[in-house]
Ligand binder design. Structure first.
Ligand code: ATP
Length: 355
């Protein structure tokens, strides 16, 4: 397989700057998700890696080799679109074998590889069926078969599960990850669905407005978001944000929030007085009488084992996850505290995390 290195990749369509200096590396055998809202430049980035779109600036390297200007066909990359990209008049066997036919590979070798791909995807029993009658998940397996049969250096996938219903999608998420574990193929996977990315990826590159905001493991993206955008985009319900004005000394272990000190993990850098934002995930808000923030219960959303309690405070409505067994009265006065090791602090102007 192969390492993909994207360096300062830029793409403009006329005056529109769709991808801005995107840089990331997908290590050999790694599964990286490009994650972000619609229109943030994910597909354009993927198409540039595939060679379907030429960058305005920047470099793409496959195993160290500069392929930026190479034609798509010279890149040895397989691109998996949504499941509709099958040839309806061909059966499963001929659909999977089609790329090999295009490459001029002989019938015996081609058939051997088709059978092997079908076995890997557990669709051997469907080989002689027409694709037109297949269910969504099986059609997607055939599309994947057509990608893996070529044994390419890497896979690029653009929302391959976008057209499936929720149940089928969850099953395919598990299958795709299992397939990846078996094949150990370097993969770049585009999605706007954070749960899909969290469940499948080794690494996630979060994009916003053409910019790669953070590249990290799913856990670090969740626990250590690098920007307000990432913190807000990942997590459901999203992180609470408490705006405040303050300064930090290097090594400080508390910040002044209103009249209270709130314990934080030791600050790595000093910061002059500025507008800051304290970020706390709903599951890290605790109810306590001596809480740093006081408020009034506005209501709660019941989720089965847990509930989301909405508390109106001077910092706006904050959400806290609490066991569903605890009851809260609307209008009840409560104190809120935060687990210090989980807190994020952002510079409001730049939106970047200070820790
Ligand atoms: P989606 O999930 O909606 O496809 P995306 O993050 O993949 O979103 P892109 O498809 O990469 O986003 O598009 C990024 C921006 O570039 C969008 O605003 C889109 O309209 C614009 N764009 C993409 N291709 C072209 C093109 N060929 N000509 C002009 N603008 C384009």
């Amino acid at each position: 397989m192969a390492q993909i290195r994207v360096e300062a990749l830029d793409k403009s369509f006329g005056d529109f700057h769709a991808v801005k200096a995107a840089s990331f590396t997908v290590e050999d055998g790694e599964f990286l998700c490009l994650l972000g809202p619609s229109g943030c430049g994910k597909t354009t980035t993927l198409r540039m890696i595939a060679g379907l779109e030429l960058p305005t600036a920047g470099t793409i390297r496959l195993d160290g080799e500069d392929v930026t200007m190479n034609r798509a066909s010279a890149r040895d990359i397989a691109f998996v679109f949504q499941l509709f990209a099958l040839y309806p008049h061909m059966n499963v066997r001929r659909n999977i074998g089609f790329p090999l036919k295009c490459e001029g590979i002989g019938a015996a070798e081609s058939d051997r590889r088709v059978v092997e791909a079908a076995r890997t995807l557990r669709i051997s029993h469907l080989l002689d069926r027409p694709v037109s009658g297949l269910a969504g998940g099986d059609r997607q397996r055939v599309a994947l078969g057509r990608a893996i049969v070529r044994k390419p250096k890497c896979f690029l996938m653009d929302e391959p599960l976008g057209a499936l219903d929720t149940e089928m999608r969850e099953a395919m998420i598990r299958e795709l990850r299992a397939l990846h574990d078996r094949l150990q193929a370097t993969t770049v996977y585009v999605t706007h669905d954070q749960l899909e990315a969290m469940a499948m990826a080794d690494m996630i590159a979060v994009m916003n407005n053409g910019i790669v905001e953070q590249v990290a493991s799913p856990r670090d993206i969740y626990d250590r978001p690098a920007s307000l955008f990432v913190a807000d985009f990942i997590g459901s319900p999203p992180m609470n944000f408490l705006p405040f004005r303050g300064s930090l000394q290097a090594g400080a272990q508390a910040i002044r929030l209103g009249e209270r000190d709130v314990a934080i993990p030791a600050a790595r850098q000093a910061l002059p007085e500025s507008d800051l934002v304290l970020g706390v995930r709903p599951e890290h808000v605790r109810f306590t009488d001596r809480g740093a923030v006081r408020g009034e219960v506005y209501g709660s959303e019941y989720l089965g084992t847990t509930q989301i309690v909405i508390v109106t405070t001077r910092y706006g409505a904050l959400k806290a996850r609490s066991p569903a067994s605890v009851s809260f009265r609307t209008g009840e006065n409560v104190g809120l505290d935060f687990r210090p090791d989980t807190l994020s602090i952002f510079d409001k102007e730049s939106g970047r995390a200070i820790r």
